[in-house]
Design a protein. Structure first.
Length: 79
């Protein structure tokens, strides 16, 4: 199904999924079926890539805070 949706070869999809799993951006579930879901880190990465592609953020600085379920970083824009 992933290969059909992405228009990639089966081997190419497997390589991309393994890379995302290695970086803990995806979680693989294989109880009754093969399933993948984005992790919180995957959602953060997706949001950061979106901000970068829209030129909202141009750089990430140092960490300024740590919360229960979050880390806070300074970011840089064009201004």
């Amino acid at each position: 199904l992933c290969a059909t949706i992405s228009n990639l070869r089966h081997g190419g999809v497997e390589k991309l999924l393994q890379n995302l799993l290695r970086h803990k951006l995806l979680h693989h579930e294989s109880k009754h079926f093969d399933g993948y879901r984005l992790t919180n880190l995957g959602y953060d990465y997706l949001a950061l890539r979106t901000f970068l592609s829209r030129n909202v953020v141009t750089g990430v600085g140092r960490q300024i805070g740590v919360g229960k379920e979050s880390d806070i970083f300074l970011v840089q824009d064009d201004d």
